[in-house]
Write a protein that binds this ligand. Structure first.
Ligand code: 9YW
Length: 463
């Protein structure tokens, strides 16, 4: 138990309690996000979990990522869920018999032996692999960890960059709200409104057995999630041509951060890294060109299939013609809902100075209230019409996004803000019993407790 930085609340007991959560959620080869609510392996959860686990057991952290990567499809995609065959089918919906990966996903190269979902989640994995390596380079080299994961991570990025540039501007699109990881964020409301919901009686939600209905997405949301996933599956998980395609700032920023990490991994392995750094810089430029709004001081999602007229006549109001991303040929429309996803690019090293300054201003301003009205960064605009402090990704604060923003603040030299956010994460994590998400004003626990990434990222901030 290494010494914790000064100012941590009871660092030793915090360390012990966070470690106990991860121990309890470990299955032998990977970690479940939550024993009852999410009893399988989730993709971006495992990346965050590995980042924390490296402080307890670098070996286990490597295994966490290796288990996930073993379920990679031949086309390079890393599935968002890897199913545990010993968990009953009705414990989680949608279950393996919904996704039918080994049959419906055959053309895309789904694995034959393990059952997975067919959609993806944000690419935090190369960043995680690099941080895990750094925790114990000797062990990592002895096990050939980076040499084994590098080709898989490279194939994963290739899949995203080549098969998912649905807007044609160099950025990656998600084809389902579950892919971006913030399931019911208000940013999806407009593109989802075009989707006809699957009939409520055609599926049964297992999440409501374990979570309060008012803290979860609605049945109408679920109907649309099911429709989109069904159509993707029935099209053999081929990309392009679906009803939903959105370029999201956090998803793309995490890809860029991971591309920088992949460059470091290449360098460590003695392979050329320059092209990867250059690609990360080009992607950063594309991110700013397509998703940055200088007037609002934040990034927005782009609805690739949205009619430009809708976006331009929306809450953004007049003057949208000044939005460089909506200019002719860019495709689609910006969705002017202020979500935490639009702040996450702060973690990128190559951002223009004025973008960094504006993002920090927005984080501290009335819409997110950091350091003034809120204790942790809310997932959505405090002043937004859809704001609800308890409903999942429509207001509550989540620990992974606060961890990413703490990193961004520190990277860009905003030390006092980073220190304050770090202290708040540690306090609220332990005070909420490592909740899945919390009321951003009070820190009151919502959703599940004993949530893995909350414990893992707390551990990372302690070290
Ligand atoms: C679901 C596991 C996942 C997270 C997502 C979160 C939620 C799954 O749980 O989605 O059934 O709604 O939104 O980000 O990876 O923790």
């Amino acid at each position: 138990d290494p010494a914790a930085p000064p100012g941590s609340p009871h660092p030793r007991s915090l360390h012990t309690r966070a470690a106990a959560v991860l121990e309890g959620n470990w299955t032998g080869a990977s970690t479940v996000p939550s024993r009852r609510l999410y009893p399988h392996q989730w993709s971006w959860d495992s990346a965050f979990i590995a980042i924390g686990l490296r402080h307890l057991s670098p070996r286990r952290a490597q295994t966490e990522l290796e288990t996930l990567l073993a379920a990679q499809w031949d086309d390079g995609r890393i599935p968002h869920i890897v199913f545990n065959p010993s968990v009953p089918l009705d414990a989680y919906f949608p279950s393996p018999d919904f996704w039918r990966s080994s049959t419906a996903g055959r053309a895309a190269g789904a694995p034959r032996t393990v059952q997975t979902s067919g959609i993806v989640q944000p690419p935090v994995h190369a960043l995680a692999a690099w941080l895990v390596h750094r925790a114990d380079p000797g062990l990592s080299r002895a096990r050939g960890f980076l040499a084994r994961v590098y080709p898989r991570l490279a194939a994963w990025h290739r899949y995203l960059l080549h098969r998912r540039d649905l807007g044609g501007g160099g950025l990656v699109s998600v084809v389902h709200p579950w892919e971006q990881g913030m399931d019911n964020a208000p940013s999806w409301d407009a593109p989802l409104a075009r989707v006809t919901p699957a009939p409520a009686r055609s599926f049964r939600r297992a999440d409501l057995d374990h979570g309060a209905a008012q803290d979860r997405p609605t049945d109408l949301d679920y109907g649309r999630y099911v429709r989109l996933a069904t159509e993707y599956r029935d099209g053999g998980y081929a990309d392009g041509g679906g009803e939903f395609a959105v370029e999201d700032p956090a998803f793309n920023a995490l890809l860029i951060a991971s591309e920088h990490a992949l460059a470091r991994i290449a360098q460590e392995l003695g392979a050329p890294a320059g092209a990867r750094h250059a690609r990360a810089e080009r992607l950063t430029t594309a991110l700013v060109e397509r998703l940055w709004d200088p007037r609002e001081g934040m990034f927005f999602c782009r609805d690739v299939q949205g009619a430009r007229a809708d976006g331009q006549g929306g809450p953004g109001g007049p003057g949208d013609s000044g939005d460089p991303g909506s200019a002719g040929g860019a495709g689609g429309a910006l969705i002017r809902e202020r979500g935490v996803s639009g702040l996450v690019p702060l973690l990128l090293p190559g951002l223009p100075r004025e973008v960094v300054t504006a993002l920090v201003g927005t984080l501290r301003g009335p819409h997110f209230g950091l350091g003034t009205t809120t204790r942790l960064v809310p997932s959505y605009d405090l002043l937004g019409e859809a704001f609800d402090p308890h409903r999942y990704w429509r207001g509550p604060a989540w620990f992974n996004t606060s961890w990413l923003l703490e990193r961004g603040l520190r990277l860009h030299g905003h030390r006092a803000d980073a220190d304050a956010l770090r202290r708040a994460v540690l306090d609220i994590a332990v005070g909420s019993d490592f909740a899945e998400y919390v009321d951003p004003y009070t820190g009151e626990a919502c959703g599940a407790t004993g949530f893995s990434w909350t414990a893992a990222l707390t551990l990372d901030l302690l070290h």
